[in-house]
Design a protein around this ligand. Structure first.
Ligand code: SIN
Length: 300
């Protein structure tokens, strides 16, 4: 009998596979491709206090080994999320993790507080989106701010709080320690790397905002290195992500120190990617007669 269960901040997930925020909506579009009951958790697109319309198009560009996005945290606001998305997701046997968006500390706190009475399992504090002028990565690249925003959100939240870290820093371990000092219950990393693509015929950047977040298989080595660094720096559970598309990728992240894994960009070319990753993990466990993922977690 294999044990795939993991625990993040006191919440038990039946397996380590999640969806990366922003790549899976709230799951509705994916229901026809895969059974959402298979997932350890659905991590939904960033949710703010009021609706945000996001950045102007073009906001997606394909690149070698990945893609750039500058969506700008478009979302319908927390009330619509509570009314429409939670009842949809609650039909499935999976945990709900809500990615929190805000322009100020107070806005993050307000969303966390509003969700305190909602039926969701965990919160993921998004201080790493590179596509917004206020909030997002502006908070996630300053260790003092990471600690402060984590502390304030923790005071006002009922659910455990995961802090999503940005790779656009010199020392990600410093940010991880700051989140831990602020009372985080877990960490997720990495969000996207700031990148650019240029249309040489139009002589301008492809994305309307000029730059955007780079994700996909090409960033996996960077993500693995950062997960390994953070796993050695803190004792919090880590959700590793960045270019995961197969079970083998996920096993690498677990060996690097991740407790759980999130599948992101792979969903755009394979809507069943998270299911494939889960099956791949099980195959690996069978091949090497691993009974519990704890046997290989952090062995690097
Ligand atoms: C976006 O909406 O711009 C992407 C989300 C993120 O990077 O956190």
């Amino acid at each position: 009998m294999k044990n795939l269960k993991i625990n993040i901040g006191g919440v038990e997930l039946k397996n380590p596979v999640m969806t990366a925020s922003g790549t899976f909506g709230s799951g509705q579009e994916y229901g026809e491709y895969m059974d959402l009951n298979q997932l350890g958790a659905v991590v939904v697109k960033g949710v703010a206090m009021i609706p945000w319309k996001g950045n102007p198009a073009p906001r997606i560009a394909e690149t070698y080994g990945g893609m750039l996005n500058s969506v700008g945290l478009q979302n319908p606001g927390v009330e619509v999320f509570i009314e429409k998305d939670i009842p949809f997701l609650r039909k499935y046997d999976t945990k709900i993790i809500v990615n929190l968006a805000g322009k100020t500390i107070e806005e993050y706190c307000q969303v966390a507080e509003r969700l305190g009475t909602a039926d969701v399992d965990l919160l993921e504090l998004n201080i790493s989106c590179p596509n917004v002028k206020e909030g997002g990565v502006a908070f996630g690249t300053d260790a003092k701010m990471v600690e402060k925003v984590t502390k304030e959100v923790k005071k006002r939240s009922k659910q455990p709080v995961i802090v999503k870290l940005s790779p656009n820093v010199t020392d990600i371990a410093e940010m991880a320690r700051a989140a831990e000092a602020g009372g985080a219950d877990g960490l997720s990393l990495i969000n996207t790397l700031l990148g650019m693509a240029i249309d040489i015929h139009k002589r301008k950047p492809i994305l309307s905002m000029g730059v955007g977040g780079f994700s996909g298989p090409a960033i996996k080595p960077v993500a693995l290195r950062m997960v390994n660094q953070v796993a050695k720096a803190v004792s919090l559970p880590i959700i590793g992500m960045g270019g995961i598309a197969t079970g083998e990728d996920a096993v690498e992240f677990i060996m690097a120190g991740a407790t759980g894994v999130a599948v992101g960009t792979a969903h755009f070319y394979n809507p069943r990617a998270s299911w494939d990753v889960l099956e791949g993990i099980k195959e690996y466990m069978n091949q090497y007669e691993i009974k519990d993922l704890a046997e290989i977690k952090g062995i690097i």
